[in-house]
Ligand binder design. Structure first.
Ligand SMILES: Nc1ncnc2c1ncn2[C@@H]1O[C@H](COP(=O)(O)OP(=O)(O)O)[C@@H](O)[C@H]1O
Ligand SMILES: O=P(O)(O)OC[C@H](O)CO
Length: 498
C-alpha cells in the first residue's frame, strides 16, 4: 500500500504523546505517558532528558501495539514539542550534562536581571521578538555552562550540543546523525534573529554561548533525517515536520490567513495571531515570533503567553482540594450566577503577557463571609478568560486587526462555562474544532506536506471542522464592569511585594 499515515510525536511539559493520523487528518490511535517533574528549588523546574526520550519510545511502541497500522505504513513523522526547554549533551557520549531546564523554570532570573541592567533588553527584543525573561532558552544554556563543572570548556572545544526538545529527539531518533531544529523553535531561544533568520553573533556574545553548540536551523516542513532502524522497528522513516507546540496548534487549527487567532487552554494559555509576512513589533508586551517556515518562505505571529491556566484548575483539585476532578469546576461555577465580586489572579509563577512581572504571586480579592467554594471555582475559571482578554486587547492594538473569532483547543475547552464566559468577555465567537489534538495534527500536517500526503495548505484548511461554538451573550456594561474589576485586581497583585 502507498504510505498514507503520519505519526505525530507531541512532547509536552507533563507528558509525551504519540498519535497516528490518516490522510484525512483523522486521529486513529493515541498513546500518552507522563514523566517526572523535578523541582530542586523553589521556582526551578527540570526534566530528565533521558526520561523524556524513553517516554517517547514507549508511546511510539504503544501506539503501534494498539493499532492495525504498522511502522512500515508510516510516510513520515512530525515532531512538536514543549518550547524553550533546554538540553545540553555531550556529542561523544550522548549523555545530557545536566537535567533539561524547563520553560517554566526561573533559575536564570539573576542572569536576566544583569543583562537588563546592562541595558540590553531592547537589543534582544528588536532582534528576537522576545524579552529578557527566564522563560526563553538563551539564559538557560548560559546557566548550564556556568554551573556544570567543566561544561564551558567542553562547549568551547566543540564537544557539547544544545537543543530544544525537538532537536534532542531528532538527534536520538537519527542515531546522532542530525543536529537540527526548525525556525519556530529557534525563534524561542533569545539567540536567533527572526528578521535575518540567523543565529545572532552579537547576542551569543552577550550570553557567552559558543556558536558551535547550536543546531542547524531548517524549515518546519522538510525531511531532516530518517529514523535509525533500531529505534523504529527496523524502519527508516523520514522525520519530516517540526514545530514548537503552539505554532503547530496554529497550523493544526488552519489559521493560515493574516488575523486568524487560536488559543490553547492547557497548563498555560498560549494565544497566537497569524500576522503573515509582517513581523509586528509589540508595544503592549506581546512576543513576536515565527509562525512557521515552509517552502523557503517564513510567516510571523504575535503571541501572548499565559503561564498559569489549566494548572489553576489542578490547584483547585490538588492544592485547595475543593474539587475532585477538573469537570467539577464547571459544576460548582454554574451553581451560582455570578462570582459576586471575587477575583483570583493566578500569578503562581509571576505574570507573563502583557505584564511580565516575574516577582508577582497569586492573590484573591473580594472575599466576604458569604464566599463559598463555588465562588472560588468560578473566579478561577474566569481568570483564564480575563487573562486571555488582556492578551487579545494587546493583540488588537498591536496588529490593528479586530478579532473575528477565536479558535480554541487544549484540555480546558471541555469546560462549557469557561468557553461561554470567554465569548462574552471578548464579545466574539469562540469555536472548537472536531479534532482538539490540534498540536499533534499541526505536526502531522507539516510532515505530510513534506512527504506528499497533502499537497497544500488550502487542502489542509478544508479539513477543519467545527465541533461547537459559543456566541457572545452579555450586556456591554456588565462586560466592562467585570473587566474593570479584574484590572484592579491585577494592579493590586502587582503592587503587593512582601
Ligand atoms: N473540564 C475542565 N475544566 C477546566 N479545566 C480542565 C478541564 N479538563 C481539563 N482541564 C485542564 O486542562 C489541562 C490539560 O490540558 P492539556 O491540553 O492536556 O494540557 P498540556 O498539554 O499543557 O499538558 C489541565 O491543566 C486541566 O486542569
Ligand atoms: O507543553 P505545553 O502544552 O504546556 O506547552 C508549553 C509551551 O510550549 C511553552 O512555551
Amino acid at each position: 500500500m502507498t504510505k498514507k499515515h503520519i505519526l505525530a510525536i507531541d512532547q509536552g511539559t507533563t507528558s509525551s504523546r504519540a498519535i497516528l493520523f490518516n490522510d484525512k487528518g483523522e486521529m486513529l490511535q493515541t498513546a500518552q505517558r507522563e514523566f517526572k517533574q523535578h523541582f530542586p528549588k523553589p521556582g526551578w523546574v527540570e526534566h530528565n532528558a533521558n526520561e523524556i526520550w524513553t517516554s517517547v519510545l514507549a508511546v511510539i511502541a504503544e501506539v503501534f501495539s494498539e493499532s492495525d497500522v504498522t511502522p512500515a505504513d508510516i510516510a513520515g513523522i512530525g515532531i512538536t514539542n514543549q518550547r524553550e526547554t533546554t538540553v545540553v549533551w555531550d556529542k561523544n557520549t550522548g549523555k545530557p550534562v545536566y537535567h533539561a531546564l524547563v520553560w517554566q523554570s526561573r533559575q536564570t532570573a539573576d542572569i536576566c536581571r544583569e543583562l537588563r541592567e546592562e541595558g540590553l533588553n531592547e537589543k534582544f527584543r528588536k532582534k528576537t521578538g522576545l524579552l529578557l525573561d527566564p522563560y526563553f532558552s538563551g539564559t538557560k544554556v548560559k546557566w548550564i555552562l556556568d554551573n556544570v563543572d567543566g561544561a564551558r570548556e567542553k562547549a568551547e572545544n566543540g564537544d557539547l550540543l544544545f537543543g530544544t526538545i525537538d532537536t534532542w529527539l531528532i538527534w536520538k531518533l537519527s542515531g546522532g546523525k542530525a543536529h537540527v531544529t526548525d525556525y519556530t523553535n529557534a525563534a524561542r531561544t533569545l539567540m536567533y534573529n527572526i528578521h535575518d533568520l540567523k543565529w545572532d553573533d552579537e547576542l551569543l556574545e552577550h550570553l557567552d554561548v559558543p556558536k558551535q553548540m547550536l543546531p542547524e536551523v531548517r524549515s518546519s516542513s522538510e525531511v531532516y533525517a530518517e529514523t535509525i532502524d533500531y529505534h523504529f522497528f527496523g524502519e527508516n522513516v523520514p522525520i519530516a515536520g517540526v514545530a514548537g507546540d503552539q505554532h503547530a496548534a496554529l497550523f493544526g487549527q488552519g489559521c493560515f490567513e493574516e488575523g486568524m487567532v487560536k488559543n490553547t487552554y492547557g497548563t498555560g494559555c498560549f494565544i497566537l495571531m497569524n500576522t503573515g509576512e509582517k513581523a509586528v513589533e509589540s508595544k503592549n508586551g506581546l512576543l513576536t515570533t515565527l509562525a512557521w517556515g515552509i517552502d523557503g518562505k517564513v510567516e510571523y505571529a504575535l503571541e501572548g503567553s499565559i503561564f498559569v491556566a489549566g494548572s489553576a484548575i489542578q490547584w483547585l483539585r490538588d492544592g485547595l482540594q475543593i474539587i475532585e476532578d477538573s469537570p467539577q469546576s464547571e459544576e460548582l461555577a454554574t451553581r451560582i450566577t455570578s462570582s459576586d465580586g471575587v477575583y483570583l489572579v493566578p500569578a503562581f509563577v509571576g505574570l507573563g503577557t502583557p505584564y511580565w512581572d516575574s516577582e508577582a504571586r497569586g492573590a484573591m480579592f473580594g472575599l466576604t463571609r458569604g464566599t463559598e467554594r463555588s465562588h472560588i471555582a468560578r473566579a478561577t475559571l474566569e481568570s483564564l478568560a480575563y487573562q486571555t482578554k488582556d492578551v487579545m486587547t494587546a493583540m488588537e492594538s498591536d496588529s490593528g486587526i479586530e478579532l473575528k473569532q477565536l479558535r480554541a483547543d487544549g484540555g480546558a475547552v471541555a469546560n462549557n462555562f469557561l468557553m461561554q464566559f470567554q465569548s462574552d468577555l471578548l464579545n466574539a465567537p469562540v469555536e472548537i474544532p472536531s479534532v482538539t489534538e490540534t498540536t499533534a495534527l499541526g505536526a502531522a500536517y507539516l510532515a505530510g506536506l513534506a512527504v506528499g500526503v497533502w499537497d497544500s495548505k488550502d487542502e489542509i484548511a478544508k479539513n477543519w471542522n467545527m465541533d461547537r461554538s459559543f456566541k457572545p451573550n452579555m450586556d456591554g456594561n456588565e462586560r466592562d464592569d467585570l473587566y474593570n474589576g479584574w484590572k484592579k485586581a491585577v494592579d493590586a497583585t502587582m503592587t503587593f511585594k512582601p
